[in-house]
Design a protein around this ligand. Structure first.
Ligand code: LLP
Length: 417
């Protein structure tokens, strides 16, 4: 859900901060992502406030929204970055984030990713297998340095969320299972170019119940004890991201303060700096996807379709996870209808809502698809020859383009030989 202070209705039209979405659509076209800078900053600050008593450092998970200007807005607040690949590391560095504030995760980092991370002198890499630990050691040795490394533990806790985004369970590919601990500690002792500095977990995304974190943390604390008695000087404890947001008014997210109340007492025991990797929590409700109604049609069965100019290519979450996104008319309406809101892509899965009660919009009108700040533009594609959309950031009464819309020329440029 949007923060209605930052996305208010002014004279019957939805605005982002002080700028009318209708004006933005006219100026930049649709589909268009519109991000509120102040919303990003407020969300980051509210996260920081919740955990203020704790010795901690927050690394925004850029996979949620890697636009350089989004990263910059957060970096200006002192936030670090969690990256998952060389490409995301490149983005964070280009956005001006200090290497010492960047951590790298990822179950399948390539040798190129690892070398790039080590030679950029980032804070640490998190390893997810014994083979990766060996690979990091080999590369660090070649570069003549000691790499600061965290180990991602798979705590085997099944967080209640969509099955595609639960990650702390033994059925999943992530992390090192507890059973390998002894072998792992023995191995790390032989690796002269690895400094084991951190224990890490990430149990999933959009996790509503703090008990899952609590259960996983208890397991990680046992690993911490084992690591320390094996002689490792663990200085960081990374509990990942996954903190929930509200997409549906009927399903409000657990407040972040509740997570803090539940977890801080355990985290304090670690005598480490706690690392957090929130992504969605910061960006999801800071942006909308603005789209124009192309056509309306009604079929024999009486089914109403609203065909809009955005599609699964810009926001794949409904197609991929059956996710709910609120959809509102930009110009306020006083009547509603039941309709499917669908995109132009040649896939039946290309929908934003099915059988949804929505404002009775006409052709040519604008809709805002809410909660489009996380895992939306970053997951966009050129499927069907579609142009990835433009993005705008609003700060008070000012709006500026933060990503140009793709062009036809860009669609073919890597194939022009
Ligand atoms: N840290 C690690 C290691 C992660 O894998 C993730 C997300 C995060 C942090 C940030 O999680 P967040 O705080 O944003 O929940 N595309 C899916 C979400 C995939 C999440 C992947 N990992 C979606 O649209 O729901």
């Amino acid at each position: 859900m949007l923060d209605s202070n930052l996305f208010p209705y002014c004279d019957g039209t939805l605005c982002c901060e002080g700028v009318s979405l209708e004006k933005l659509a006219e100026e930049y076209g649709t589909p268009l992502f519109v991000t509120s800078r102040n919303s990003l900053v407020n969300r980051y600050r509210s996260f920081e406030r919740a955990f203020s008593e704790l010795d901690h450092f927050t690394c925004y998970s850029v996979k949620a929204n890697f636009n350089l200007h989004v990263i910059r807005a957060l970096a200006a607040e002192g936030c670090g970055c969690d990256v998952n690949s060389g490409g995301e590391l490149y983005r964070a560095l280009q956005a001006g984030v200090e290497p010492g504030k960047i951590i790298m995760a990822g179950v399948g980092k390539t040798a190129v990713d690892i070398e790039y991370a080590i030679s950029s002198e980032i804070l640490m890499l998190k390893a997810e297998s014994l083979s990766e630990l060996r690979m990091i050691d080999e590369i660090a040795s070649r570069l003549g340095v000691k790499a600061s490394v965290g180990i991602r533990i798979n705590p085997n806790v099944t967080a209640e969320t969509h099955p595609y985004i639960t990650t702390g369970d033994s059925k999943e590919k992530f992390g090192i299972d507890e059973v390998d601990l002894d072998e792992m500690f023995a191995l790390v002792k032989t690796l002269e170019h690895v400094d084991l500095a951190c224990l890490d977990m990430h149990i999933g995304s959009q996790v509503f119940d703090a008990d899952f974190y609590h259960a996983a943390l208890e397991k990680l604390l046992d690993v911490l004890t084992a690591a320390r008695s094996a002689g490792f000087g663990i200085r960081y404890f990374d509990i990942g991201g996954g903190f929930p947001v509200t997409y549906e008014p009927q399903k409000p997210a657990t407040p972040i303060e509740h997570f803090a109340d539940k977890l801080v007492p355990l985290l304090e025991k670690t005598d480490t700096t706690i690392l957090f990797e929130p992504g969605r929590f910061i960006t999801a409700n800071s942006a909308v996807l603005l789209t124009r109604v192309l056509y309306r049609k009604r079929n024999h069965a009486g089914k109403e379709f609203v065909i809009v100019d955005a599609g699964m290519t810009e926001l794949i979450r409904p197609a991929l996870y059956q996710s709910y996104h609120e959809i509102v008319a930009v110009r306020q309406h006083d009547s509603v209808m039941v309709a499917d809101i669908v995109g132009p892509v040649c896939e039946s899965g290309d929908f934003f809502a099915r059988e949804r009660t929505v404002d009775r919009v006409e052709e040519g009108e604008l809709l805002a698809i809410l909660s489009a700040g996380a895992y939306a533009s970053v997951m966009s594609s050129n499927y069907n020859g579609r142009l990835r959309p433009a993005e705008v950031m609003v700060d008070g009464d000012e709006a500026r383009l933060i990503r140009k819309r793709d062009t036809f020329e860009q669609l073919i440029q890597n194939e022009m030989f």
